[in-house]
Write a protein that binds this ligand. Sequence first.
Ligand code: A2P
Length: 282
Amino acid sequence: MTEQRPLTDTATVRPVPTLPDAQTVTEVQHYTDRLFRFRVTRPQSLRFRSGEFVMIGLMGDPDPATGRQKPLLRAYSIASPSWDDELEFYSIKVPDGPLTSRLQHIEEGDQIILRPKPVGTLVHDALLPGKRLWLFATGTGFAPFASIIRDPETYERFDEIIVTHTCREVAELTYSREMIEGLRQDELMQELLGDGLDKLRYYPTTTREESPKMGRITTLLESGEVQSDLGLPPLDPAVDRAMVCGSLEFNHDIKALLEGAGLHEGANSEPAEFVIEKAFVG
Ligand code: A2P
């Protein structure tokens, strides 16, 4: 049954929420048959730190026995920065994924559920001050970094920000590539990016389709190729900081690599040289 609410103030008429914590979809963009991005309205009271995640989802199917519906929620990094009026999310589409098989069909004007309790470790507070910030992403793990690189605080805290994004295919890099190109063209951002716009560097790689730089970022770091391509010294715990977001295996492998270079994992309660979070995968 749909709840009907009397409309008392015609100046602020909004769609009548039919879901708990409902937010309205304002934009949807599909990149490939596996990836899409969408934007929703932001609850006025929602404050978050760039890089945090929230639980979002849809109402699940009715229970066959009781007919009752429960929300189907998953943790999603907020891809928009904390100053944005709306919230942006970047998602995989899994054909038999309980949530994304349905979420991929949302359209402008639809409603989703959003629990307004942001949390997460991919935040500046969990890192000690440093000079260079590495943002290591695979697949949809780029989402929290889409927030971080649009936050002016990132450029105040670090001299240089390097985004690495590894995907299977070239088209899967579109979201990060277009965003970084957009930031370089944005007048306000240009001030933050410095004269040569080189304060924000982008290092995209693919593993299963030909592109200018091929290979897993872990392999390219181990061989020293990343450093020689970017003209940088080896990772140094005195100056380098890192945020990591990808699959479990990726996180595990890069963690070993960072620890091998002398960096330690941090947390909100105990900032250190790197932080890590699993990207949502289904
Ligand atoms: P690969 O094609 O060699 O598996 P996925 O789409 O499966 O989430 O993977 C996203 C990207 O992350 C792919 O390019 C994949 O490379 C890469 N990847 C997966 N596991 C690891 C890992 N353990 N270390 C580095 N890169 C990885």
